[in-house]
Ligand binder design. Structure first.
Ligand SMILES: Cc1cc2nc3c(=O)[nH]c(=O)nc-3n(C[C@H](O)[C@H](O)[C@H](O)COP(=O)(O)OP(=O)(O)OC[C@H]3O[C@@H](n4cnc5c(N)ncnc54)[C@H](O)[C@@H]3O)c2cc1C
Length: 454
């Protein structure tokens, strides 16, 4: 690249960071470096679903890109209404069907590694990737902002790099977020300082997730026509439920189960609480993830209906996750730094939308940074526009997502016959709305600098 208008460092090569790298690499005048803490770009062995709203954003990368994705999930994209999730009342010996969640367009389901692989394959050579680079902190000179002095990045291995714009896509345990909150705390009113600083660290949501992949062959050998081999099924029970659906062209069934301890929402996660969580005994509070034996894994779901038990019998082992979230932040940008994805709004997983929200963040960031009238001097304004248009939306999604879980775990007093409608209304933003309005507004705000965006 001959003379880039600025150099963007993306910290974190997860779904959000890689989507941003792919998007920005279409802007000929922006140089991109991706710094990833892990040795290689990889994803955990689990499924990820992308709702139509976010999938329509991915389609903007062109028909080839879309085709690659479609090949991985094995079915076509549609705009028709389709049954997406079959929900059962399963807290009884023989469960009953409660409702079918009808969505306009399908939930596109992937193996995470497949999805990641497609993004990686679209990174052009002009985008420089750096592995084993765990960011510790950054410094930007504010007096100089908007100015030319670079932002300095400091990595765990002692190395240092510079950039003009830093985007923290470094997930829930973000290193960029605490640095940014400290910067922000310096400039807010003294009585707001504590509240800003309280957003540095993630908080436990009271939710524990149980994740595994089940061999479809194994399940088929037991129950040749089991429903989860064909359809996305949700087995709902009081305070604990799970969902299961086929991925990787039917090779696996993705399993995600949840327990919700409502009284512990927003508490610090304690590995050794009185609540029996045998797998966490003796571990430190920092350890959010734990490997489970099959017996430990199925324990919270043992009272669910027989149909669910057939699925559980096929679990070999699994992983337990203490699901942490990020408080609603006072800002996701400061100077020439912004955060996106889980770093900005890690949310409960009950609407399967965290990755989708990071995809939307990425596309909006590309729209404001890549706009021809955005220069190094106007980057802070571009990032303020991103914050203005994305933060309220993703915060609302986070709230809706938590409510979905509470509804599915029968924690809200809703008559059974109204539950389907209530869950649908709370979720339909994911297929009935578009990012496009925000994109248009972003362009309008970038082009008309007389409009105040703060
Ligand atoms: C049980 C469960 C099920 C879910 N299911 C869905 C679903 O179906 N659909 C959906 O949309 N979402 C789902 N989500 C949420 C989704 O997984 C996340 O929202 C999404 O992965 C966030 O992407 P990200 O790129 O922001 O962060 P991450 O995917 O966490 O990526 C962050 C990257 O940054 C790197 N990194 C971290 N720290 C540093 C550092 N200091 N320096 C450099 N690199 C760093 C990490 O190694 C990682 O590669 C689910 C979540 C859970 C817990």
């Amino acid at each position: 690249m001959s003379d880039p208008k600025f150099r963007v460092a993306i910290c974190g090569g997860g779904v959000g960071g890689l989507t941003l790298a792919v998007a920005l690499s279409r802007c000929q005048d922006i140089a991109i470096d991706v710094y990833e803490a892990a040795q290689s770009f990889c994803e955990i062995g689990a499924g990820v679903g992308v709702w139509p709203r976010a999938f329509r954003v991915l389609r903007k990368f062109g028909p080839d890109f879309e085709q690659q994705l479609l090949q991985r999930c094995g079915y076509e994209y549609t705009e028709e209404y389709v049954p997406a999730v079959r929900s059962r009342k399963s807290d009884q010996a023989v469960g009953i069907e409660l409702f079918d969640l009808m969505t306009k367009g399908k939930l596109m389901r992937f193996h995470r590694a497949d999805f990641h692989g497609v993004l990686l394959s679209y990174l052009p050579p002009s985008c420089t990737t750096h592995n084993k680079k765990r960011l510790i902190s950054y410094t930007q000179l504010l007096e100089d902002c908007p100015g030319k002095s670079p932002i300095t990045l400091t990595f765990k291995d002692g190395s240092i790099a510079t950039c003009d714009v830093l985007i923290g896509a470094d997930g829930i345990k973000s290193a960029v977020r605490p640095c940014m909150m400290r910067e922000l705390a310096e400039v807010v009113n003294p009585d707001e300082r504590q509240s800003v600083l309280s957003c540095m660290n993630p908080i436990w949501s009271g939710v524990t997730a149980y994740r595994t992949l089940i061999s479809s062959e194994k399940l088929r050998a037991r129950c040749p026509d089991h429903r989860v081999l064909r359809e996305f099924t949700q087995y709902m029970g009081k305070d604990a439920y799970f969902l299961a659906y086929p991925i990787s062209l039917g090779q696996y069934v993705n399993f995600a189960g949840f327990t919700l301890e409502r009284d512990l929402v927003d508490s610090a996660y304690k590995a050794d609480t009185e609540i029996p969580r045998p797998s966490f005994k003796g571990k430190t509070n920092d350890e959010w993830v734990s490997e489970l034996t099959a017996q430990q894994f199925v324990e919270p779901f043992k009272d669910l209906e027989e149909d669910a038990q057939h699925v559980l019998e096929c679990v070999d082992k699994g992983t337990l996750w203490a699901v942490h979230t990020v408080k609603t932040l006072p800002s996701t940008n400061f100077g020439r730094v912004a955060i996106m994805g889980d770093a900005a709004h890690a949310m409960a997983p009950f609407q399967g939308s965290g990755a989708g929200q990071s995809i939307e963040d990425a596309y909006l960031l590309m729209t404001v940074l890549g706009h021809k009238s955005t220069t190094l001097e106007t980057v802070p304004r571009a990032l303020a526009i991103y914050d203005k248009l994305r933060r309220p939306f993703s915060s609302e999604v986070a709230q809706r997502s938590m409510r979905s879980g509470q509804l599915c775990a029968f924690q809200e007093e809703v008559p059974l016959h109204e539950l389907g409608d209530t869950i649908t209304k709370n979720w339909e933003w994911a297929w009935l709305t578009e990012l496009d309005d925000a994109l248009e507004e972003a362009v309008r705000l970038v082009e008309d600098s007389s409009i105040d965006v703060n």
